[in-house]
Write a protein that binds this ligand. Sequence first.
Ligand code: GDP
Ligand code: GDP
Length: 450
Amino acid sequence: MLPVVALVGRPNVGKSTLFNRLTRTRDALVADFPGLTRDRKYGQANYDGYQFIVVDTGGIHGDEEGIDEEMAKQSLLAVEEADVVLFMVDARDGVTVGDQAIATHLRKQDKKVYLVCNKIDGIDATSAMADFYSLSLGELYGIAAAHGRGVEQLLTTCFKPLADDYPDVIASTKEDSEDLEHDEIDYEDLPLKLAIVGRPNVGKSTLTNRILGEERVVVYDMPGTTRDSVYIPMQRDEREYILIDTAGVRRRGRIGEAIEKFSVVKTLQAIEDANVVLVVIDARETITDQDLNLIGFALNAGRSIVIAVNKWDGLESDHKEEIKRELDRRLGFVDFARLHFISALHGTGVGHLFESVEEAYASATQRIGTSKLTKIMEMAQDEHQPPLVSGRRVKLKYAHAGGYNPPRIVIHGNQVTDLPGSYKRYLMNYFRKALGIMGTPIKIEFKEPK
Ligand code: GDP
Ligand code: GDP
């Protein structure tokens, strides 16, 4: 589990600048769910060795009325899901009425709040910051989000009290020892954690109920916050599973439930914690940008995925063809993920999902020896010579597994890091085909002799 950090503050204080700085190092995959409430941006941050989920709550003026007030409240709801709140103010503006209103709100919450004074570059920071002690939010931290000054110290302070609850906050740096670790893990004996994720109303609860069998449905009125998923152990064909239910098995028919029960943070946490992610989409809405964002987030997190196109019942065959064409077009970047057309309502196709879940998990965790990987690498090289780099032919020497779940393949050779992206992709696809890897992303790394 990763901790969640929310950025709160008036417009223009520098929230997006900080957000971008924190998420950039991680190929900038941002799960953006506009329109859910107010625009919030969710991203996975990997900064100075710290890993966490960061939420840009959108700007709040602090003096909103009417509809705006409602939106501001919604934005502050994101605060409830956070472990840490960074309340950002602008050092150059001094304390504004809006800052005071937001501070009043935050003081009422039982949350760890850090008051972050941004844009301290090029000014007398100490005197500019002094003003903000009047907000009575404790310690003040000066940063320049645009340049990175003070950011690392701020994170170190924020995460120190969280280290026990969130051991994963410190990114693992021991890459080379992963082979050994893997040998000690017997994936076969571990329960497979399967997260069922998707936008509101695509049919996640219906599918969860269907998988569990109607008679076993229990209403979970579990204590905990809105961001907790329900973990349900189950068995199927000799294999232990843990379903990570982001929808929450619940009583039916409550008004307003769809929005309430859906939480992006919950979804992102479930993906982080899963072995395989079952992404549910609604056939009747084809595929939306939000679906693609979710898939992108899961792959970026290194998770295996299976895609279920739900509500496939009662559609005209022309309509089905049209949906399939659209899916083909937009899912080209995950052509290695199995696509299932199902009806959670009637149960059609649900059983077959598990074949793909098993396949993806097996692909992600299979052990692959050095000689086999090197052989495949040589075949790829024979079929298609690497291009010249600075006038010299790149030579691939050998390949070995650098880790599993997702599989990491390390290729050694001269000048290999300078290979163009097109050749790297060619190698990736070649390995994928030769090894029959389905459902999981693969990572390829290149190493040159020192
Ligand atoms: P948001 O509305 O809170 O998301 O604010 P933005 O991140 O869009 O920033 C508003 C403006 O402040 C932009 O013009 C940024 O370039 C500028 N800005 C952000 N951080 C800094 C900083 O550390 N120093 C200075 N001088 N300007 C900054
Ligand atoms: P969730 O928000 O993703 O958990 O979605 P629900 O499981 O609550 O389903 C939302 C709505 O879609 C409900 O009215 C379901 O009855 C309906 N639904 C779910 N699965 C199917 C399906 O396979 N076919 C049809 N026609 N409707 C479905």
